[in-house]
Design a protein around this ligand. Structure first.
Ligand code: PLP
Length: 384
């Protein structure tokens, strides 16, 4: 179905930050499968883990114990606030699980009147009905009425609006630590501390959607580590298994116990194949120094984009952290992205006017320099 406005590019092979199309044309990839290919394309450790696991056992039911799932859960919990993990297949499903867990815990603890979840304007949480209802963007929601009851949206970074939105029916606050699809929007200093305080005072769960910004993207394994505030529930997907489809919802024990046999599930969720890929991915991020590397190379890319931006009056701001970087424009970015394809660089625009740079954490200075030179040429044309 025509679900995507696809570009005329047919990638057939990838390695590191490069892709090749069916005609052999090479592309520098600064989209990274939309923040999925944090290790680059076909990282040898992920490929080896997939090949080995595929030859041993691809799938078995969650009616049985899956050692790879246990190992992955331990790895994620040992490096985060969380005690337990639930595995599924995508970011939207991870958020569905978070919404269900927050509601179930709140119902068990406070009664059925407490079910509402507050999220932010310009947020993005997925394309299923519950996550579309959670998403704070009209363009994602329109055509799909009636939306799921029990979501309320407030402006991001507005503590007073959040405080005013809390009622006796509120059970949770769900936020992206940095808004991705909404235009790479950074939290104001102190925002998440204030959010945490509101949650604690009202007994609300704090859910962080780290589907896009988790797994080293910001130079820390999880973005919340930048803000000295831990959530009660966190969702991950995208980069978690190096390109294999997976999602997870992590939670503290106190909340995780609300899920019991029969309350939630997924046929494929956390099967041996995808968990093997995820274990290899997480280990590689941690053991190959990629968090430090992301911080360093992210500063370099940000600096280069800032220098470039000064040349063009329609570049408003460069913002972000690590390799989660947005360049906001006073013009729409679609033409820039199109010209990028013609010149062999995969660029991306989000929220119409924000060029988003989410390359692999292994991107090199040379690759950045090459992309900047091409982007410079494109911006000069646009200016003219
Ligand atoms: N949450 C965030 C913050 C996202 O950026 C996305 C996808 O872009 C999702 C959820 C949905 O993830 P998926 O497309 O894997 O369902």
């Amino acid at each position: 179905m025509k679900t995507y406005g696809r570009y005329p590019v047919v990638p057939v092979k990838g390695e590191g930050c490069r892709l090749w199309d069916a005609d052999g044309k090479e592309y520098l990839d600064f989209l990274g499968g939309v923040a999925v290919n944090n290790l680059g394309h076909c990282h040898p450790k992920v490929v080896a883990a997939l090949q080995k696991q595929a030859a041993e056992l691809i799938h078995c039911s969650n009616y049985y114990h899956i050692p790879q799932q246990i190992e992955l859960a331990e790895l994620l919990c040992n490096h985060s606030f969380a005690d337990k993990a639930f595995f599924c297949n995508s970011g939207a499903e991870a958020n569905e699980a978070a919404i269900k867990l927050a509601r179930k815990y709140s119902r068990d603890t406070f009664g059925p009147e407490r079910y509402e979840i507050i999220t932010a304007a310009d947020s993005f949480h997925g394309r299923t009905m519950a996550t579309v209802s959670a998403t704070g963007q009209e363009k994602v929601q329109r055509f799909f009425d009636p939306l799921l009851h029990g979501f309320k949206h407030v402006p991001f970074n507005d503590v007073a609006a959040l405080e005013a939105a809390v009622t006796p029916t509120t059970c949770a606050i769900m936020l992206e630590p940095i808004q991705g699809e909404g235009g790479v929007n950074m939290p104001s200093p102190g925002y998440f501390q204030a959010v945490r305080e509101i949650c604690d005072r009202h007994g609300l769960l704090l859910i962080f959607d780290e589907v896009q910004v988790g797994m080293g993207r910001t130079g820390k394994l999880f973005a919340y580590e930048h803000f000295d505030v831990a959530p009660d529930i966190m969702t991950l997907a995208k980069a978690l298994a190096g390109g294999a489809p997976i999602g997870t919802m992590l939670a503290k024990d106190k909340y995780a116990v609300a899920f019991v046999p029969g309350t939630h599930g997924s046929t494929f969720g956390g099967n041996p194949l995808v968990c093997a890929a995820a274990i290899a991915t997480v280990r590689t991020i941690l053991e190959d120094g990629l968090l430090n590397r992301c911080e360093e190379i992210g500063e370099y890319l940000t600096g280069e984009l800032e220098t470039l931006g000064k040349k063009y009056p329609f570049v408003k701001e460069v913002r972000g952290v690590g390799l989660m970087i947005g360049m906001s424009l006073s013009i729409t970015g679609a033409e820039i992205v199109k010209k990028g394809h013609d010149r062999g660089v995969l660029l991306n625009v989000t929220h119409d006017t924000v060029l988003r740079f989410v390359p692999a954490l292994i991107v090199t200075r040379q690759e950045i320099d090459a992309m900047i030179a091409i982007l410079d040429g494109i911006l000069a044309e646009v200016k003219a």
